[in-house]
Design a protein. Sequence first.
Length: 239
Amino acid sequence: MTERGRTALDRGATHFRVGPSALAWDGTRLTLDFDERASPFPRLVPYPMRGRVVLHPEALGREAHSLDPQARHRWEPVAPLARAEVTVTEPALTWSGHGYIDTNSGTEMLEAGFKRWDWSRATMPDGAAAILYDLTYPDGTRHSIARRIAPDGTPEPFGAPPRHRLPTGFWGVGRETQSEAAPKLTRSFEDAPFYTRAAIETSLLGARVPAVHETFNGPRFASPVVKAMLPMRMPRRPA
């Protein structure tokens, strides 16, 4: 996406628009229409990305979590279970499958609150979702959130399994996940100097399941060098 100024913003109870891209909620589904320019790499000129994502929630979240002891950061799984339909016109591709949406908010910079976190979400064989949030604070202390979201949306805490290392990202970002048996990295989606997102194979609640995994590294994100690199991946349009 593109960072834009406040004059490009319009929002209401059922819509949110930033420039030519917009979200809309009709009471049963969330629709994202996007019209953006992709990262200039590996091409010399940013190329268009246009399309639509429709998210059909199968269960809505019933709880929000404070991620730190001071409650400066909050996380809420808005639709922990959903079906997603993706239609991209440029480049031409379509797919459908499991979907998910959450929201984070806070009153301080991310790098001030966290040294790192590892997060993952898996769809279980019975249709439930298993979500893990493993947080490390600047002082080195840790906190884990583990929730099984039943098909009807009921959140159920469960004991977080042991931590296992995953292969380090290209930029040296170390990754871990909590799993009952050794996990496996199956595909990298994003690999940046402070953040990685990937598909993994993991073991949770007695089942071997695929999951989406991410790692955030706070000190890396705080680096002036990394801050200077961000516009190379996300264009900015001043107001």
